[in-house]
Design a protein around this ligand. Structure first.
Ligand SMILES: Cc1ncc(C[n+]2csc(CCOP(=O)(O)OP(=O)(O)O)c2C)c(N)n1
Ligand SMILES: [Mg+2]
Length: 775
């Protein structure tokens, strides 16, 4: 056990609040609930709450017409009570410096009915007020899990917490099929859509996923979150996909407590905005009425499961006790509003159901309440000093687990499986290795085809990739060869494209989404930064979302100008922990690097950004028109293992002794041209193509720098936040003491036409900087 930091003494058993209601003291909400329970009367009972002697059959409906039995209602009530007491325990732990999270589920415990109406094997991406849902799910497992302990371990950031291991307080567990979510509201909805799409797509492709074919995906979120563009985009994408008669078994559950922190949702807005939508069937239930929540979820889930179509379940809830422990809601809500919520307390609702059915007396309810409270608090007390993460190594272990040798072996074994016959079916009479010299675009195209043939779970999708074959023809012919099940056009929404990748990767497919231009990655960057890159971290690598995101980018396009088609900023990708960034410059690097990324995604669950320099797609020449210096042959499969380019290995050109020019992407071609000019002046250069921008090729860089003792970085990204900053600091950190300089593009956007050259790195600036450095 790690010691609790100073000032955070673990609570002593003697400091436990007593289980009696009188001791719950200042918690007005709790007092009010208990008073309301005491005032409940069973039909036919006398004014003192004595029953008329009914003991309903446990298998009977708890209310006529409901599918919820008395027995199930009692079980769910216990989960609701435990969830409420977890919220109280969270505040108690926090007050004692032993807990770190107080956003609770109070008022939302109706989601116990949602969980009960679904299957354990329905993957769930949950709102942060899902305590009762989680506890019900935990009880569904065989053997059942103690969900209370799981949640408490999360509250105290214990290393033993089953999903995030103390990295965050999230709901998640692989055995419960609960996938952990980030705190970014609505950001899980594109993934949820992608997962719903992928479970059916995988089945269609004859592939297994961790979930049964008739599963549905449940994603829950709050009412304020509905207005987020991420939610709007995901719901639109679900409806759009379903409109095309493609299966989308997605149950969207909006837990509408009428408020987002302090901002009221206009009363009626959720129903007004979501009911009657085409392709998104609307259901609504009273979250304070467990039987209604259960019955309505059964109906909604039945619809989604049978029709494989999305539905929106509007669960009307309340919020009890403020947004979080630190939130003083009386500052922005009137006492009348707070009381109105208390009257709709779901615990009171379930107590009423059970009392009215004759299953419990008010006194029984109070006993149950206290018994659960005592159990939860005793557990909280026991876990308050649980061991936490300590070292950076412990914390970072699941960021992006890497096994380079296994990646190489995976690649080699795939190469060993290649046989000519299916390749001829894909490529026709002429195999790519017999085509002669290829461009970068052609090499990527051929590698995609070979890999699609070898990896049955690989899917290629994005805007214009299928029928058109990509804006630059990189995916041409893939639709014809592999069919629309594996190569398809997406709707025009980068967030959805990445969401489909997130869900497909989670489902075990190998998604290769294309982002049409680097500039358009930026409007969906959170799906990589906040979602894709963090899943392994927040799940202790129990979940991963492998993907290779192809991004056409960088500058120097002839004829298609302006910033958005020539975006040269990679800063938003470069600082993402664990992300692999590949940037091939030449055809003979692009194909093996793509293979490495796919193998890494397959083997390690890696998230890879494969940045393709548009200006080099169709480039043929290096020095003179017609020299064919930028073309290369495609390696036949038997040579793939030998041609393997591991992540983080650079490529070196030349053996000049005066200067090492470090570059990547378009800069490699500019640098090679500059090196020739400089050679004519008697300056011997070698050029190092980094090839991988994350992780940077540390050892190759140091070796190349040491070879000449002088380094010039030629960086086509911006001076600020660009790659050159990382290269130079890497050299300094490593103790390199030789001369260093850099040339980069300006901190500007790219203008239209020839003016672009004024702000971009050029061959001439590289040459001048080299002369200066050597002067
Ligand atoms: C994208 C984003 N913006 C802001 C926040 C901060 N934030 C956390 S919860 C919240 C309100 C959410 O309200 P709602 O969706 O109604 O859920 P509730 O908390 O009421 O259950 C906000 C603004 C966030 N987590 N994510
Ligand atoms: Mg809300």
């Amino acid at each position: 056990m790690t010691a609790v930091p100073a000032g955070q003494e673990p609570p002593q058993p003697g400091s436990l609040p007593s289980a009696g209601p009188a001791a719950s003291g200042p918690d007005a909400a709790e007092q009010r609930l208990l008073e309301s329970v005491r005032a409940l009367r069973a039909p036919g009972s006398d004014p003192y709450g004595e029953q008329a002697g009914r003991h309903p059959d446990p298998a009977q409906p708890v209310r006529p017409g409901s599918s919820l039995t008395v027995e199930r209602c009692l079980q769910l009530f216990d989960a609701q009570l435990a969830s409420r007491h977890l919220d109280l325990a969270a505040r108690w732990l926090r007050a004692r410096g032993a807990g770190y999270y107080t956003i609770g589920s109070s008022g939302h415990e109706g989601n116990a009915g949602v969980a009960a109406a679904l299957r354990l094997t329905d993957p769930a991406l949950l709102h942060y007020r899902s305590g009762a849902f989680y506890l019900v799910r935990a009880a569904q497992a065989s053997p059942p899990r103690d969900g209370v302990t799981d949640v408490l371990l999360g509250l105290v950031a214990a290393a033993a917490e089953p999903i995030a291991g103390g990295r965050h307080k999230v709901f998640g567990h692989p055995e419960l099929h609960v996938i952990p979510q980030t705190s970014t509201i609505a950001s899980h909805l594109p993934r949820a859509l992608g997962l719903a799409f992928a479970v059916d797509r995988a089945a269609k492709l004859g592939l297994r996923t961790p979930w049964p074919e008739d599963c549905l995906v449940i994603a829950s979120f709050g009412d304020a979150s509905v207005n987020h563009s991420t939610a709007a985009g995901a719901m639109n994408a679900a409806a759009y996909t379903s409109f095309q008669r493609l299966p989308v078994p997605l149950l969207l559950v909006c837990e509408d407590n009428g408020i987002g922190i302090s901002v009221r949702t206009p009363p009626g807005w959720i129903a007004a905005s979501q009911s009657g939508r085409s392709q998104l069937r609307y259901f609504t239930a009273d979250g304070a009425d467990l039987a209604d929540a259960y019955d309505t979820t059964l109906a909604a889930a039945g619809y989604v499961r049978a029709r494989r179509a999305p539905a929106f379940l509007h669960l009307r809830t309340v919020r009890i006790g403020g947004h979080a422990g630190s939130d003083v809601e009386s500052a922005y809500r009137s006492p009348a509003e707070i009381s109105a919520d208390a009257e709709r307390d779901p615990l009171l609702g379930t107590a009423r159901l059970l009392v009215e059915s004759g299953a419990l007396t008010p006194a029984d309810v109070l006993d149950r309440y206290e018994a659960v409270k005592a159990r939860v608090l005793a557990l909280a007390d026991g876990l308050a000093g649980a061991s936490r993460l300590g070292t950076a190594a412990e914390i970072m272990a699941p960021v992006a687990p890497r096994r380079p040798a296994t990646v190489a072996a995976n690649l080699a074994s795939r190469a060993g499986q290649v046989s000519d016959w299916p390749r001829h079916r894909v490529f026709g009479a002429q195999l790519p290795e017999d085509e002669g010299l290829l461009t970068l675009a052609q090499a990527i195209n051929r590698a995609l085809a070979d890999e699609l043939a070898l990896r049955p779970g690989m899917i290629v999708f994005g805007e214009d990739v299928a029928r058109k074959g990509g804006v630059y023809g990189v995916t041409r012919g893939l639709l014809r060869a592999f069919g629309p099940g594996r190569v398809f056009d997406s709707l025009l929404d980068e967030q959805t494209i990445l969401g489909v990748a997130l869900g497909a990767g989670l489902a075990g497919l190998l998604p290769v989404p294309e982002i049409q231009y680097l500039a358009y990655l930026h409007n969906a960057a959170d799906q990589i930064r906040g979602e894709a890159a963090t899943l392994s971290f927040f799940s202790r690598a129990q979940y991963c979302n492998p993907m290779v995101v192809r991004v056409a980018g960088l500058a120097y396009q002839q004829g298609f100008g302006g910033h958005f088609h020539n975006d040269n900023s990679l800063a938003a990708l470069r600082d993402i922990p664990g992300l692999i960034i590949a940037c091939p410059a030449r055809p003979d690097d692009a194909a093996p690097m793509l293979r490495t990324c796919l193998a890494a995604a397959d083997v390690d669950g890696s998230v890879c950004a494969f940045v393709e320099p548009i200006a080099l797609y169709h480039e043929r020449d290096l020095h003179e028109a017609g020299d064919g210096g930028w073309l290369a042959r495609y390696e036949p499969p038997e040579r793939w293992p030998r041609a393997h380019v591991p992540v983080g290995r650079a490529r070196s050109y030349g053996d000049g002794q005066d200067l090492t020019i470090v570059s990547f992407g378009n800069g490699v071609r500019l640098s090679l041209r500059a090196a020739r000019t400089l050679a004519a002046e008697g300056i011997g250069c070698r050029v190092l193509d980094l090839r991988w921008l994350a992780p940077l090729p540390f050892e190759d860089l140091l070796r190349a720098a040491a070879a000449t003792g002088r380094v010039l970085v030629a960086d086509e990204t911006r001076r600020t936040g660009g790659v050159s900053e990382a290269v130079l600091t890497t050299l300094i950190d490593a103790g390199f003491t030789g001369r260093m300089a850099r040339v980069a593009s300006h901190d500007s956007f790219i203008p239209l036409g020839d003016a672009a050259a004024a702000v971009l790195l050029s061959q001439e600036t590289i040459e001048e900087a080299a002369r200066d450095l050597l002067a």
